[in-house]
Ligand binder design. Sequence first.
Ligand code: AMP
Length: 417
Amino acid sequence: MIPSLRGTHDILPGEVEKWQHVERVARALCERYGYVEIRTPVIEREELFIKGTGDTTDIVNKEMYAFTDKGGDRITLRPEATPSMVRAFVEHSLEQSMAAAKIYALGPMFRYERPQKGRYRQFHQLDIEVFGMNDPAIDAEVIDLAWSLILALGIPQAELVINSVGCAECRPRFQAALLAALGDDLPKLCQDCQRRAQTNPLRIYDCKVPADQPIIDRLPHSVDYLCEPCATHFAGVQTHLTAWEIPWRISHRLVRGLDYYTRTTFEVLGHALGAQNAMLGGGRYDGLVKQLGGPDRSGIGFAAGLERLVIALPEGTAIAAPSRAFVVAIGEDGRTEALKLLRELRTAGLAAQMEFEARGVRAQMKRADRLQARATLIVGGDELARGEVTVRDMRTGDQRGVPRADVVSVTRAIIET
Ligand code: AMP
């Protein structure tokens, strides 16, 4: 046997139903909020992420599945969706073709990380993005969609945290204050933080090294350094969230690991999840579209990790088993007619199955039980001669002969109630 790669997973029957449930809920919500699906390739030019995600991020520095293809081009398996979404928005001038540039995507992402519970090398995200809208109400709407997803899935112990990291105007002041406050403590921080101080000081807030925490806890907060427009914007976001009765907490440490964020950032944490507790995260990225060669348009969005949503689903989430019929054949004549009936049921839009290998009635009935069939149709014997089929409602145990012409409608009535 050749095993699967470390950090990748088969999503097996029994588990896949939960995935389908999460995806169904996510799609329905996105569409309710006016988002349209887009599907972008899994492979992109490496350059897109170096420029988009940023070459000081861990994702680009340490985690990309990048390679040279047979044509000599530098290619990468996408580590996140936002740069691809921005590329597609620009490449296809979506703002011209769409009434509102609100798009969503579902699909696999790839990061060469150290696998652990909730962290994989191939994982899946729901990603939503909005372009060209600046009003704080859209920030609140995006956050509302994220929060509604968690509520719709019934995920317990979830917490919404928000922050504002400012803009190109005010962030340099905050960064300077941060470095000044660090002062002589900088050499006491870990190697990663020393590097962050050089490349992107805000990222020091992402540090998880316990010994660094007392120093980091004393550092200034970005919200105290916002310029007037950023402060007004952030206040607006909070006003809308309050009006919609969405509970949140400001987390000064929420700067997020990517370079492109401006103003609003947010995450939803799942406190039952353990170490990898961020179920989704996002924010505003007003400079990114331009930076990737597009018009000067703002952007905001989030990505939710589907693995983590599936893990966080409440115990006993009702996932309806498909309701199906099972056709049992008695004898060769019965089998010929049963096969005809099987096809008829499926053509009529009903889920129906039959056992092709086992010929004994008992074995077929056993199979019907295992499949949890709602209706069993027994074809053969005297009834066939009378032009009837025996239809059994498996929940009530009621059984009766039904004229052949009525079998499909009687079966439908049983399995669709
Ligand atoms: P990010 O793109 O890093 O902001 O991540 C957004 C969401 O994707 C996180 O909140 C997680 O739910 C999920 N996620 C990120 N990295 C991984 C990973 N390696 N394995 C599983 N889920 C992940």
